[in-house]
Design a protein around this ligand. Structure first.
Ligand code: WTA
Length: 653
């Protein structure tokens, strides 16, 4: 029997704990108690200690207009200065970013280099693109250092960036540009994937027409493939940057000035522009970097996420740089040229903390069970996971084969809206259990509540994962839609009669008070750790003129966590031959409307959908059918109960 199966609780590595920032559970508890007793005192203390204020704040937390909250009011700072300028004195020649390209090319960017590059970039945006404080800038970039420069340059001049993941289609990009009314797009010709060039610029071209709010496009030349240039609109970064000064005064920003928007899926069709503001976000990004990854001065840290997602924002760029760490940025695919790639990188860069998604762990495990053993992984101290629940077999492999049974696994639970980790083990303190996110971080009042009563859930009962006090890195609003913010996050659960933040996830406590996340309770699914609204996929499929009705649900998937399962009712049902064509057409529509990440794993052409008499689609039944489960729900009240058996036969027999 392996170690993992033999005992389910793993204590922190004693050697590691000796020098960890939080060394044991007593220290954890003391911090959590401090926060509970004097919430504002706790946060005020850290905000003073961790941030370099241009002007000090006068008030820690203003809840008078809850759920719209203000943190550190009156304070002034600049996030790019937090991430760069303040390190120049002691870390000028330290690597800020180690970039590894898809083809193995490596570039080390020191804090001084970063300072110069970001300042030049900021001057370019100001001088040539007339970008001002408060303007929105869309970033549609591959994983290259210029993506980080672009983010920090925006922060430096007070522009609000909105990164759109490079896998999204022109339509999806266009929607996000329009919603934010961005005036500039920063992109690249493309980049390299599996040693071949791929393109981004043509997608940007297709997303911008004469009515677009975007007037200028900046193109970083990375793969030097041919692209079409629109005169007067498109400009080469590589050309313009040459003449720019490497000194650009950082804009003095209010603590609550917006830092960025990041669009994410919710339960309705349209993605939400999650807004994060300056001081609270950067404070928590830094604190969680320090506590959860326990990065030390000479450590090298690698997070494999893409900057297009929140993990890339907080844990590749803002968090590591705010604390003055060395962060690795990787352009390629971690399974290329083989499943040894990440382990080779760990060996070569002597990586100390490695942070990835369960879906990647499952794929790497499947492709190379003993691959990690071929490399020297002795530098590793902390292994992290994020994005979805991690299943015990994947956890076990990660712990034993990658971590050599000596590294802590930090199963970090959080979301775009929380800005940073909210529930996670601390590597030097928390005894860990496979598949369990464990305990709220100090300062975070996360509670599992019974949605009906608002009481704290009993041990073993699944309830709603809520955060019952505001926290500094929390979402400040949904861009352009105040009501949607309140409705989406403060509409479902009340505690002591007051609405509290609900994450959308279910969770349960075990007998030790540990939290296990059980998954979304809404119509959001989690495909390879990417959040996808089933309503978004449905809206895309509905664009097909021959589709009468569609319902999309998640289905457990061995590698991706969840796969996308679509039940489609066609207007004309002409038999199987046409269905093959329809699948192709629908796939093309999904690619056009959202991108490859939303392609369905299963499509079933159903004669109808199970609906209540009032016309509501019974998704629970469809989920059960997709999973191949027995139907236990009462179907007698359906408009047409026979439809359930018909669909079930099509899918499962
Ligand atoms: C899920 C990613 C279980 C959850 C940072 C959440 C997790 C959604 C975990 C957010 C975890 C994230 N265990 N589930 N450790 N981490 N999730 O906004 O459903 O892309 O609501 O942020 O991922 O996804 P998002």
């Amino acid at each position: 029997m392996s170690n993992v199966e033999a005992k389910q609780v793993f204590n922190p590595n004693k050697e590691f704990a000796k020098t960890a920032r939080i060394k044991n559970m007593c220290e954890y508890q003391a911090l959590q108690d401090e926060a509970m007793e004097d919430y504002e005192g706790f946060w005020g203390r850290y905000a003073k200690e961790k941030l370099d204020w241009i002007e000090p704040f006068t008030n820690v937390l203003d809840e008078s207009n809850a759920p719209f909250v203000k943190w550190f009011d009156g304070g002034k700072l600049n996030v790019s200065a937090q991430c760069i300028d303040r390190h120049l004195e002691s870390r000028k020649n330290k690597a800020a970013i180690i970039f590894e390209g898809d083809r193995g090319d490596v570039q080390t960017i020191t804090y001084l280099d970063l300072f110069k590059n970001v300042n030049k970039f900021a001057n370019l945006l100001k001088e040539d693109f007339e970008v001002k404080k408060g303007d929105r800038v869309v970033i549609y970039m591959p994983m290259i250092p210029e993506a980080a420069y672009a983010m920090l340059a925006c922060a430096r001049i007070g522009a609000i960036h909105s990164i759109v993941f490079g896998g999204f289609s022109a339509e999806a990009l266009k929607d996000r540009i329009e919603d934010a009314q961005a005036k500039v797009v920063i992109t690249a010709d493309g980049a390299f994937r599996k040693e071949k060039p791929y393109m981004l610029k043509p997608v940007v071209d297709a997303a911008i027409d004469d009515n677009s709010p975007v007037k200028k496009v900046l193109v970083v030349e990375r793969n030097n493939e041919e692209v079409t240039w629109t005169a007067g609109r498109d400009y080469s970064y590589n050309e313009l940057i040459k003449s720019k000064s490497s000194k650009c005064e950082a804009e003095v920003m209010d603590a609550e000035d917006p830092l960025f928007l990041l669009y994410t899926s919710g339960s309705t069709g349209k993605p939400k522009g999650v807004q994060h503001n300056s001081a609270g976000y950067i404070l928590w990004a830094q604190m969680t970097m320090e506590w959860v990854f326990d990065v030390k001065e000479n450590d090298t840290y690698w997070c494999t996420a893409d900057v297009g997602w929140i993990t890339g924002h907080t844990y590749i760029v803002y968090g590591p740089l705010a604390m003055g760490a060395t962060t690795v940025m990787f352009e390629g695919v971690i399974t290329h040229p083989d499943a040894g790639r990440p382990w080779k990188m760990v060996e070569e860069h002597k990586i100390n903390q490695f942070y990835t998604a369960p879906t990647a762990i499952r794929v790497l495990h499947k492709m190379g069970e003993h691959e990690p053993a071929k490399y020297d992984l002795s530098s590793l101290k902390v292994l992290g996971t994020v994005g979805e629940p991690i299943d015990p077999p994947a956890w076990k492999w990660y712990y034993e084969e990658v971590g050599g049974s000596k590294c802590a696994i930090v199963d970090t639970y959080w979301q775009t809206e929380t800005g940073g980790h909210v529930v996670s083990p601390l590597p030097g303190a928390t005894p860990i259990k496979p598949g369990c996110a464990t305990l709220p971080l100090p300062g975070i009042i996360a509670e599992i509540l019974d949605p009906a009563s608002g009481e704290v859930a009993e041990v073993g009962e699944t309830g709603y994962m809520c955060i019952t006090r505001p926290w500094p890195a929390q979402i400040r609003g949904v861009w352009g839609d105040e009501e949607r913010y309140v409705k989406s996050y403060y509409g479902d659960v009340k505690k002591d009669g007051k609405p509290v933040y609900f994450t959308g996830d279910g969770a349960r406590y075990d007998e030790d008070g540990y939290i296990t996340i059980t998954g979304r309770t809404d119509d959001v699914i989690n495909v390879s750790g990417h959040r996808m609204g089933t309503a978004e996929v449905e809206a895309a499929i509905k664009k097909h003129p021959n589709v009468a009705e569609v319902a999309v649900v998640g289905k457990p998937h061995e590698l991706k966590g969840e796969g996308i399962f679509a039940y489609i009712v066609l207007k004309s049902d002409d038999g199987v031959a046409d269905e093959v064509e329809e699948v192709k057409t629908i796939n093309k529509i999904i690619q056009r409307e959202i991108g490859n990440i939303a392609l369905c794993d299963d499509m079933v052409f159903a004669p109808g959908l199970p609906k209540t008499r009032s016309g509501k689609i019974m998704r629970r039944i469809l989920r059960s059918i997709a999973k191949g489960e027995a139907i236990t729900q009462d179907i007698s009240t359906l408009e047409d109960p026979s439809i359930v058996e018909k669909i079930n036969t099509m899918v499962n027999k």
